[in-house]
Design a protein around this ligand. Structure first.
Ligand SMILES: C[S@@+](CC[C@H](N)C(=O)[O-])C[C@H]1O[C@@H](n2cnc3c(N)ncnc32)[C@H](O)[C@@H]1O
Length: 292
């Protein structure tokens, strides 16, 4: 009698990745995404992709690579690959000290400047937004800051990620407890509604955010993003090598309006990359400003 599918799947052993297969996949992933998998993280690639190989009944990483590059299977397999290789750790109000700094300086300065010029249009880009907690947090901070006057503003939070699964989850806007591990209760009670499937983000917060699949290694796609006043790219460039970091930071520079702001994760910096950004240090963290 045939074994049930789940049993045969779990019993099948994952193939080992050979040196040449590792290099082939590592370089392919780098070309597609800018994510560079160091030799010491080779086990991670094996453990994350092993399950997929078993699901497909594919016996070697060379055969898997063939699926990734074959015109008939490429698109679906790439989606799966991106979902498997990305680390999507995030939460609402992650790094509150840095967010307070964002509110006190980049956000307040931008609002002041735009009001003075009589142009109440603010564009913020959350690059590498994962499942949406970061852009929704930005939208909530905008409500907290502008209060009722937000009605007079045209605000757009453009949020992009490489992973289709993350973008789907972000658009859905329903979250479990883990997403709130860094969130003040007051904010959760104010901007979310408990439902049977989790906490649903308030439609007015959702309305400010536009989610899209945006690969930071895809320059033409980035060029289509409207000029930003502020860019968040937190906990994303740690996965890139220096060449890719340079390209991405240059894309941010090009996208920002003169005087615009860039905010990276607290453990990331661009000091060694030789950019034209001005570094500004404040309590709560660092931000980078494009010269006027
Ligand atoms: C650790 S999460 C950070 C999420 C959020 N920015 C935060 O700090 O909470 C990193 C995200 O970057 C995304 N990412 C990695 N490489 C990317 C690329 N080339 N283009 C767009 N997003 C990418 C991953 O899919 C992942 O969701």
């Amino acid at each position: 009698m045939d074994k049930p599918v789940f049993q045969s799947l779990s019993l099948r052993k994952s193939p080992r990745i050979s040196d040449s297969e590792f290099v082939q996949l590592r370089d392919f992933i780098y070309d597609m995404t800018g994510i560079f998998i160091k030799e010491v993280r080779r086990y991670l690639l094996e453990s994350r992709l092993g399950r997929r190989l078993r699901e497909l009944g594919v016996d070697s990483y060379a055969d898997y690579y063939a699926r990734l590059t074959h015109p008939l299977t490429r698109e679906a397999e790439l989606t799966c690959l991106f979902e498997n290789i990305t680390t999507n750790e995030t939460s609402f109000f992650r790094d509150q000290k840095q967010l307070e700094m964002f509110r006190s300086y980049p956000l307040n300065e931008s609002i002041k400047e735009l009001k003075t010029r009589g142009r109440k249009e603010l564009n913020i880009w959350s690059a590498g937004c994962s499942s949406g907690e970061e852009p929704y947090t930005i939208a909530m901070i905008l409500y907290e800051t502008l209060k009722m006057s937000i009605m007079g503003w045209r605000i757009r939070v453009t949020a992009g990620d490489l992973s289709p699964a993350m973008i789907r989850k972000a658009r859905e806007g329903v979250y479990g407890g883990y997403s709130f591990k860094t969130t003040p209760d007051e904010m959760r009670n104010k901007y979310f509604k408990p439902t049977a499937s989790g906490y649903r983000v308030h439609p007015k917060v959702q309305k400010l955010c536009e989610f899209d699949l945006i690969n930071l290694n895809d320059r033409p796609a980035i060029k289509r993003i409207p000029p930003s006043h502020i860019i968040f790219c937190r906990n994303v460039i740690i996965y890139f090598d220096d060449d890719m970091k340079k390209r991405v930071i240059q894309s941010f520079y090009d996208n920002l309006i003169p005087g615009g702001y860039l905010i990276l994760g607290h453990s990331e910096n661009i000091h060694a990359l030789g950019t034209k950004f001005k570094t500004v240090r404040k309590i709560g963290g660092i931000y980078y400003q494009k010269p006027e």
